[in-house]
Design a protein around this ligand. Structure first.
Ligand code: ZN
Length: 303
């Protein structure tokens, strides 16, 4: 069996990915960010081009079901920019949805995830490459347990990795207890997001030791209070031997945060975060975080 990354243009070998933004958004619309949605395909195209100009080769788009993924637009954007784009299935926290949407998914959530991974998102024919779900602040509510159970089921059916939004970076160990302890997922198929938002180096160490991937994503956006601690958090993990567990992402979530709107956007990851991290852990470690690690974390022996 060959491991591949399931991009919006089809499956590719992991070594084709290149320098990867392991957590970002080209499109995202949620009632929690009214009027700030990422909806404009021309802006997404320009953002990808700016990322490409900084040496970017791949983007993992963590926008899940029902939040304006615009899956049908993704193949053209990937083709025109020359950047590999991987789309997600999955479900965010309940607050991002109207009750009607969630009711329609009761009893068939895993089925929807599997269909989007294997057949396509809606009528687009574009397949998702991973499952994105979300935890709560230091806790897992009934919605999080429901979506994670479906995500684990979809993993077991397809091999797809599961990427988790940690609320303000908390709850990592509860998520691993549920997905790996109760639901039988291998830890190296779990990608924890937003570790930078809760700089508890002991919890980081425990999550890495358990075998999960840790994504440090979202520099200089809405959650900037801990940005300055990120290089030291990454260095502590690298020095403890967990270099191969580390991922980097930009997590652009509003139109105003795109570089083409005057925000940091996707290129910032390569333009400013990369050289800053190189000062903390060296060029080779950062290179692995941007290439080998995301290629390994998101590639799958699909079944
Ligand atoms: Zn995100």
């Amino acid at each position: 069996m060959v491991s591949t990354l399931r991009t919006v243009l089809g499956d590719v070998l992991p070594e084709q990915l290149g320098v990867c933004d392991a957590h970002d958004h080209l499109f995202l619309s949620t009632p929690l960010l009214p009027g700030q949605g990422l909806r404009d395909a021309a802006a997404a195209r320009a953002e990808l081009a700016a990322f490409r100009a900084q040496g970017g080769g791949g983007v993992m788009q963590w926008t899940p079901y029902g939040l304006g993924r615009r899956a049908a637009d993704l193949p053209a954007l990937a083709r025109e920019s020359g950047v590999h784009v991987v789309a997600a299935t999955g479900l965010h926290q309940a607050g991002h949805y109207g009750e009607g949407t969630l009711e329609r998914l009761r009893g068939r959530l895993a089925e929807v995830f599997v269909a989007e991974l294997t057949e396509g998102i809606g009528a687009s024919g574009v397949r998702a490459g991973f499952v994105k779900v979300a935890a709560g602040f230091h806790a897992l509510d009934a919605h999080a347990r429901w979506t994670m159970a479906a995500a684990a089921e979809a993993h077991h059916a397809t091999g797809a990795p599961v990427a988790v939004h940690l609320e303000l970076g908390t709850g990592a160990l509860d998520v691993l207890d549920l997905l790996c302890g109760e639901l039988g997922m291998p830890p190296d198929r779990v990608i924890l997001g937003h570790l930078n938002r809760s700089p508890d180096f002991v919890v980081h160490h425990q999550a890495a030791e358990a075998g999960a991937y840790l994504a440090f994503d979202g520099p200089s956006r809405a959650h900037h209070a801990t940005d300055w601690r990120m290089p030291n958090a990454v260095r502590a993990l690298a020095e403890a031997g967990f270099t191969d567990r580390l991922l980097l992402g930009g997590d652009t979530t509003t139109a105003g945060a795109r570089s083409v709107s005057g925000g940091p956007g996707m290129p910032y990851l390569l333009r400013r975060v990369r050289p800053r991290l190189e000062m903390a852990v060296g060029v080779q470690v950062v290179e692995r975080m941007l290439t080998e690690n995301p290629a390994r974390a998101f590639s799958v022996e699909w079944h």
